[in-house]
Design a protein around this ligand. Structure first.
Ligand code: SF4
Length: 559
């Protein structure tokens, strides 16, 4: 059942008022891969009445007012992607296409959607109930951060949105606690996984350098980001605070991760796996093709690539669902009228991290002085693909399932590290590839790979050899496709020439898919981009900032 989107829907449910109204920058797709739908159904499962307003018209009050005012709070999210990333290319050109909008036309999601929606609510409902921000845009902009699109350090988004609270990371636990406390009228200052604005700093929290300082002093900016990055694990993190003018941004420690039982509970909720029927005449929503019959097996990633914000949002600890829960979801899919027997993806941020993690993390949290896989792999990490092999085997034997694909990226270095099950996993993987398996070496040059936090090229070549051999033995014509990045901090045009030589000689390909690096909030690479410094060594690095030369870097490989 869809969450109500109109007064009529509410009336049919016998509700006079919603407790919570979620406003989102995506169209409403009822799927466990869409944050607004997940949070809405999760709150509903715990007894709250939740409505949803998707992609409201920001030029009038008609859309935002269509469910009335909620009894407890407004939840505001920019959607599945930061609105500036959704609206602009890496060269800051306006995108024409939005995969989360019906008809794919990029005309519904405003720039800085979180701020615009919060203002829209305040304009339509003066002195309204609290506005609570969440989702990727709010989460990664929760402290002072570098904003590529305005090329400056911006304040915490809480100040610009004039909102009451911000839920960061994967927000189920925090948002449920917010809802309960607002319902009960109890204090909400200590809710883990939230940020708020105060007049004074909070004792026991770590003080980040002031906003005014980080906006002008690049060393202070690096120091601030380091503290932010180090205090992101629920087991070890302390609270943070950062002065903005005469007020303080206060970040409570992160909410605990969901346990396997809690993940199973969350993913047992029923979803329509459809876009809301309201969009029927407005054209297809492209994202639906990708997400509709895909299954999320876990959250978190310890790859810790410096250009990726997953770690800041989902954490470095793998939070896996049980195989039973995943199989049950697959069975539900087989009963969907549009299901044709193909599960398009079984994975997570990195597909082959399902089911295992370093034992130290569960007891003591992720190391702050070491990284798990960045360039060199930690010896304590003990990869074990056995659970994934079992899972994939069970899924492809289900009645009604013809094919199960692993379309999420895999870390090939993990497969090579797993002496016991790596080979068997690769053998299994060969049967779960839709013609091509995506891997992400990103570059070939060692100094660039180190700045990216990626493994060296030797492991890729070894993996390719094994994958090609197994595919051949299985009689399958399939190949690897490679994600590559141009203009990452530290990368020069000469590095791209060497990358071109490498992919031609060693991989025997002429890549067409090369992305130009985008500095997004919440990553070490955007710190490098802004400060032109390697934050780990303190040395100055080359950073290509000219759009034409960025484009030229890309063309060296694709041209
Ligand atoms: S011990 Fe190694 S694998 Fe475990 S958290 Fe630390 S760096 Fe990561």
């Amino acid at each position: 059942m869809f969450l109500p989107t109109t007064e009529n829907d509410m009336r049919q449910l016998g509700w006079e008022q919603c407790d919570v109204i979620i406003v989102t920058g995506d169209s409403y797709i009822d799927s466990p891969t869409i944050g607004a739908a997940v949070i809405g159904k999760w709150l509903q499962r715990h007894g709250f009445h939740v409505g949803i307003i998707a992609q409201p018209d920001v030029h009038s009050d008609a859309d935002i007012a269509r469910l009335g005012e909620p009894a407890l709070f407004w939840g505001v999210t920019g959607g599945s992607v930061d609105s500036m990333v959704a609206n602009y290319t890496a060269l800051k050109k306006r995108r024409r296409i939005d995969d989360y909008t019906p008809g794919a036309k990029n005309d519904r999601r405003p720039d800085r959607a979180v701020i615009i929606y919060a203002n829209l609510i305040r304009r339509a409902f003066r002195n309204t109930v609290p506005i609570v921000l969440g989702g990727i845009e709010a989460s990664l902009r929760r402290i002072a951060h570098y904003d590529f699109w305005s090329d400056r350090v911006r304040r915490s988004i809480l100040f610009d949105a004039k909102a009451d609270l911000l839920v960061y990371g994967m927000g189920e636990k925090a948002i449920l606690e917010v809802a309960r406390r607002l319902r009960d009228g109890s204090a909400r200052e200590d809710i883990r996984g939230t940020c708020r604005i105060t007049k004074e700093p909070v004792s026991d929290s770590i003080e980040l350098p002031d906003y005014d300082r980080v906006a002008t002093d690049k060393k202070a900016f690096i120091a601030s980001y380091r503290l932010f990055h180090e205090n992101n694990d629920p087991l070890t993190a302390r609270g943070l605070c950062q002065k903005h003018g005469d007020r303080w941004l206060v970040q409570n420690p992160p909410a605990p991760y969901l346990s396997t039982a809690e993940m199973d509970d969350l993913y047992s909720l029923e979803y329509e796996l459809e876009a809301h029927p309201h969009y029927a005449r407005q054209g297809a929503i492209r994202a639906l093709d990708t997400i509709r019959f895909s299954i999320t097996t876990h959250r978190g990633c310890y790859g810790d690539c410096n250009f990726c914000a997953i770690t800041a949002h989902q954490g470095r600890t793998i939070q896996s669902r049980s195989a039973e829960s995943i199989i049950a979801e697959a069975r539900r899919m087989t009963r969907h009228p549009a299901f044709k027997g193909i599960i398009s993806d079984v994975g997570g941020p990195t597909a082959n991290m399902y089911g295992f993690d370093c034992a130290r993390k569960a007891a003591k949290g992720a190391c702050t002085d070491k990284r798990c896989l960045a360039f060199h792999s930690c010896r304590i990490l003990n990869p074990d693909h056995s659970q994934q092999i079992d899972l994939l085997t069970q899924l492809r034997k289900l009645d009604g399932v013809k094919k199960v694909f692993v379309s999420s990226g895999v870390r090939y270095d993990l497969i090579l590290m797993d002496e016991k099950y790596g080979d068997a996993y690769l053998q299994e993987l060969v049967y779960h590839v839709s013609g091509q398996l995506k891997v992400a070496p990103e570059h070939s040059e060692e100094h660039v790979l180190k700045l990216m936090g990626k493994p060296g090229i030797r492991s890729l070549l070894e993996f390719k050899k094994r994958f090609d051999l197994k595919s051949k033995r299985a009689g399958k014509k399939q190949f690897l496709t490679y994600y590559l990045i141009a203009a990452h901090p530290g990368c020069t045009a000469r590095d791209m020439v060497r990358l071109k030589q490498h992919v031609s000689r060693e991989l025997k390909i002429r890549p067409e898919q090369v992305q130009i690096f985008t500095p997004t909030p919440g990553t070490w690479a955007s710190v490098m981009y802004h400060t032109e410094t390697d934050p780990f060594s303190g040395e100055k690095i080359f950073v290509e900032k000219d759009p034409l030369r960025k484009e030229r870097q890309k063309r060296i490989v694709t041209g």
